[in-house]
Design a protein. Structure first.
Ligand SMILES: Nc1ncnc2c1ncn2[C@@H]1O[C@H](COP(=O)(O)OP(=O)(O)OP(=O)(O)O)[C@@H](O)[C@H]1O
Ligand SMILES: [Mg+2]
Length: 240
């Protein structure tokens, strides 16, 4: 059974008196431990698809199953619970709190957990472990404006990891980074998949960034136009 599965998912937006067909029937299964990269032109439905995978939005038609359970019809609070327990998000713009240290930014998701209050000392321990996973323990006390773009994105990845999700979803995580830093960030995703078996989905505009995936899916006009599983050897460009 796939970890994540969409069945004929369609998403429509009503804008004024016309309808935007953002997704026109997408059926995809993503297995645990896959590293999926999503490419496609602007407006092709990539972010819309990721919002559905991330339980941030619901399909207009079709089903979305996580671990075989249809979550497309769950009420908002149930959907939020699934999101908090299973998913971590990384965005293009890092979305860190400016007046807050790297460590405190990473601790933040633990303040809102539904599994009860996480003690302060426990929060700090987990946040430090997450910062260690992205190689940033020496920057724990720095504020975002004292960090490079790549370091800020690594803090954001640590924040996405801290509640121990099974899936990381990243919408153009390298969109604001230079080429070398983009590759560093993708190496971190590849390592997290290798070492922890995390399931990772990354949207990107760049083919060489997409090459880090074990599988690359092309979107065009709300549909999947290609879905390619790469050889293991190809999954990590550094090994080529
Ligand atoms: N909230 C919304 N209301 C109305 N239309 C929307 C909304 N969100 C997205 N759309 C439309 O749905 C289509 C798909 O948008 P989406 O953001 O998924 O594209 P994308 O592939 O992520 O593009 P980009 O590469 O530019 O980020 C576009 O035509 C977009 O204008
Ligand atoms: Mg987008």
């Amino acid at each position: 059974m796939p970890l994540l599965e969409t069945r004929e998912v369609a998403k429509e937006y009503h804008v004024g008196d016309h309808i935007v067909h953002a997704l026109r029937g997408v059926s995809l299964g993503i297995d645990a431990g896959e590293f999926v990269t999503i490419v496609g032109p602007s407006g092709s439905g990539k972010s819309t698809f990721m919002h559905i995978l991330g339980c941030l939005d619901r399909p207009t038609r079709g089903q979305y199953l996580m671990n075989g359970r249809d979550v497309s019809t769950l009420p908002p609070d149930e959907l939020a619970r699934v999101r908090n327990e299973m998913l971590g998000f990384v965005f293009q713009g890092f979305n860190l709190l400016a007046r807050t240290s790297a460590l405190e930014n990473v601790e933040l998701p633990l303040l809102y957990t539904r599994r009860g209050v996480v003690k302060g000392s426990e929060r700090r321990r987990k946040a430090m472990a997450a910062l260690e996973a992205v190689g940033l323990t020496d920057r724990a006390d720095h504020h975002p404006n004292q960090l490079s773009g790549g370091q800020q994105q690594r803090v954001a990845i640590a924040r996405a990891l801290v509640a121990d999700p099974s899936v990381l979803l990243a919408d153009e995580p390298t969109g604001n980074l230079d080429t070398a830093t983009s590759h560093e960030v993708m190496e971190i995703f590849a390592r997290l998949r290798r070492e922890r078996g995390l399931t990772i989905v990354v949207i990107t505009h760049e083919r060489d960034i997409a090459a880090y995936g074990s599988r690359t899916i092309d979107f065009r006009d709300g549909r999947v136009t290609s879905d390619v599983h790469h050889d293991q050897a190809l999954a990590e460009p550094s090994l080529r």
